[in-house]
Design a protein around this ligand. Structure first.
Ligand code: CAA
Length: 694
């Protein structure tokens, strides 16, 4: 075996050259890998004894893409294209041997090989869109040539990988092998040589493109289909244009177009923000005082208390991941209702083709309903998901302390209550933790994991790892009212409600935040949640605007009217002039003078309070690091990922500018303490620093 670079080896086994990449953790295409692949394949091409080449990787995966940390820096060593060219133009067949995840540049290298074999668990994808870029090493040109235009578009605009079975069916791989991958791939290469099989070059295969030529409806349909999900993002449209170029232009011209688009995207603010989000999510997994090797508890069975919307949704996450769940309810009727909602959710997924009928049955069979809390005795983790009432929660945790086995983790799904107070009655506060799922819990990515004063490292390490296992993004936060996400949301809520008593209309505020990139504005959100949360018809005397709306029967979407009117069929909302006059009358009565407020001020008045709250959260140590706050807002509250999260966004505006504007608002609002910048924010602004410098 010869070391070609410190991360690539070359070994000749009979007539096959085996090129092995070993660049942990994910064999990213860093300089050593690019140089190594180029040099190793060149040597194999020149070695008269070699008749074919196999490229394989050590560790957990085949090349998982370009090294994202290198983006934005001047390229060093061989370019990926040079390594790809030497592979694709090789007169001797090159076989990619794939395990783990062949992603991005990794799959693009494999697409330059003449043959691809993989183990059954391997996955294949071009996830660049998630980083605000496009597959810039020929992916937009080669993938459609192999799997077809529609499949390639769907893979590249979603960024989601496919499994080996699908890869085989679509022609992305030539064989699934089992046993030792290197050995099987060498055997495959020998067979290719023996049978004198042709050098299959993807770039020369045009059948799939010919089939799509003159059919603009393919692209129009795709654009329509992804419009809502990709609103505001630049990369998806660039990907579609590159595939159009693949269909309509010769390969070399189209690949030049792809490169131009790639360069535009990789230098865009969007991609910088999305790459920041990628690393922020991984950073959030690192807990300074809970090292990686902290012993975790095996979670073989989960108990859920409460079969309401949250309890049901939470249980689906575990059932989906193969973990059996016991749900406890107080009454049979509530249990039946909860379980039937879970069944309906699964049926909906099956009818949309997201899961098979077999998956549906298997997952449902993992969820078991009971009426007796004592039946949670064998659970390794119990999550309480009853309504937000401290006495009720304490009562439950007292019982859990008695019932649950030693070492079980006891979690509350509270979105705002004090975990320490809940833990205090359990008799084992080190085992008590908050697991704040977001609604709908089977869909939303985020979990705020709330650490009480006495929560132990084992409980934290177990829950962080478990969150990853069930496909969630977890952020560890401390105890305060509303934790990170809701606490910042409260700050925005206060201002949004104030804005409409200063002259902006609800739909102005919503439009500004929607245009910023949120999926919906605050007033549409209040309507969705219901304006009557906490409203009491017996005592309501029109003190607030909300009370007045509720008194008029405008209690939100569920009553067909709130701040907006709702179409009973489509749920489309339209502004209601009566609401505008209600606001005017209310302001007049209270002696408030309304004024014109421009869009920029609306945005600043809604979002600067969140930045200020983020600073307080950091001052108090509620979040470990600034980027954790961004992970919460991007994954739990629809903050547009291409703006990186509130903290990243604030840094990009400059904290001094934000502080100065907050002081203007303070003066304008009669010295309102609400606008007082947090000490940390003022300090950073004074020193010309950003959150990133903390
Ligand atoms: N570049 C640099 N570092 C990377 C990386 C990459 N492409 N992919 C993963 N890493 C790092 C992570 O930051 C993490 O580092 P730390 O341990 O220091 O936090 C480590 O590798 C492990 O990553 P994960 O925690 O995510 O590990 P996992 O096992 O859960 O997932 C994975 C592995 C599926 C490969 C996942 O890391 C992933 O999706 N990576 C990104 C893949 C990607 O986007 N590839 C395309 C890159 S862009 C490209 O290739 C452009 C092009 O066209 C040439």
């Amino acid at each position: 075996m010869t070391a070609i670079t410190d991360v690539v080896d070359l070994e000749v086994r009979g007539k096959i050259a085996l090129v092995t990449v070993d660049n942990p953790p994910v064999n990213a295409l860093a300089r050593g890998v690019r140089d190594g692949l180029f040099e190793a394949v060149t040597q194999a091409r020149e070695d008269a004894a070699v008749e074919a080449v196999v490229i394989v990787c050590k560790g957990r995966t085949f090349i998982a893409g370009a090294d994202i940390r290198e983006f934005g820096r001047p390229p060093e060593g061989k370019l990926i294209f040079e390594a790809q060219d030497v592979i694709e133009s090789s007169p001797k067949p090159v076989v990619a041997a794939i395990h783990g995840t062949a992603l991005g540049g990794g799959l693009e290298v494999a697409l330059c090989c003449h043959y691809r074999v993989a183990v059954e668990s391997a996955r294949f994808g071009l996830p660049e869109v998630k980083l605000g870029i496009l597959p810039g090493a020929g992916g937009t040109q080669r993938l459609p040539r192999v799997v077809g235009v529609e499949k390639a578009l769907s893979m590249m605009t979603s960024g989601d990988p496919i499994g080996a079975d699908e890869a085989l069916a679509t022609g992305l791989i030539d064989a699934i092998v089992s046993g030792d991958l290197s050995e099987r791939a060498v055997a495959y290469a020998e067979q290719v040589v023996e049978e004198g099989r042709p050098l299959e070059k993807v770039r020369e295969s045009n059948d799939e493109l010919d089939a799509a030529r003159g059919k603009p409806e393919i692209f129009d349909g795709l654009r329509k289909g992804i419009a809502r999900k990709t609103r505001g993002f630049l990369a998806p449209e660039a990907i579609v244009q590159c595939v159009e170029a693949a269909v309509n232009l010769p390969f070399d011209e189209a690949i030049r177009f792809e490169r131009e688009q790639f360069v535009k995207l990789v230098t865009s603010h969007q991609s910088i923000a999305q790459r920041y989000c990628f690393f922020a999510e991984r950073q959030a997994n690192k807990i300074p005082d809970v090292p990686k090797d902290t012993p975790q508890r095996p979670i073989r069975r989960v108990g859920i208390i409460g079969a309401g919307t949250m309890g049901g949704g939470i249980s689906m996450n575990f059932a989906n991941a193969g973990i059996p769940v016991t749900i406890v309810e107080a009454k049979q009727e509530a249990l039946d209702r909860g379980l039937s909602v879970v069944r309906r959710n699964y049926e909906r997924s099956a009818s949309r083709g997201r899961i098979s009928q077999h998956d549906l049955e298997e997952r449902l069979a993992r969820i078991h309903g009971v009426l007796d809390i004592e039946l949670l005795a064998d659970c390794d983790l119990v999550i309480e998901a009853v309504f937000e009432n401290m006495d009720l929660k304490k009562d439950i945790f007292r019982k859990l302390g008695d019932v649950c086995k030693n070492g079980a983790i006891l979690a509350s799904n509270t979105s705002a209550l004090d975990i320490n107070e809940i833990a205090s009655v359990s008799g084992r506060p080190e085992a008590v933790i908050g697991l704040h799922f977001f609604s709908p819990a089977n869909v939303m990515k985020l979990i705020e994991i709330v650490r009480g004063n006495e929560t132990g490292g084992a409980a934290i390490a177990t829950c962080m790892a478990l969150a990853k296992k069930i496909g969630k993004v977890a952020v560890l936060v401390g105890v305060c009212r509303g934790f990170v996400g809701n606490r910042m949301l409260f700050a925005r809520t206060v201002q949004s409600e104030k804005l409409i008593l200063q002259g902006a209309l609800p739909w102005d505020v919503d439009r500004v935040l929607y245009d910023f990139g949120f999926p919906m504005g605050p007033f549409a959100m209040y309507d969705l949640a219901g304006l009557d949360i906490g409203w009491n018809p017996k005592t309501s005397r029109g003190e607030t605007l909300r009370n007045r709306l509720c008194e008029m029967g405008r209690r939100g979407q569920k009553t067909g009217a709130g701040y907006y009117n709702y179409d009973p069929e489509t749920r489309e909302h339209t502004p209601e002039p009566e609401v505008a006059s209600l606001i005017r009358d209310y302001a007049k009565e209270k002696g408030i003078a309304l004024r014109d407020i421009d869009d920029e001020e609306i945005l600043q008045r809604c979002l600067f309070p969140m930045v200020n709250e983020a600073a307080k959260i950091l001052e108090e140590g509620i979040a470990i690091r600034p980027s954790d706050i961004d992970v919460v807002w991007v994954n739990g509250y629809g903050w547009p990922q291409y703006r990186g999260g509130p903290v990243f966004w604030a840094d990009s505006l400059g904290l001094d500018a934000i502080v100065a504007r907050m002081k203007e608002f303070q003066e304008q609002d009669g010295g309102d303490r609400f606008w007082q910048p947090a000490a940390l924010l003022e300090q950073l602004a004074r020193e010309g620093k950003g959150f990133k410098d903390l």
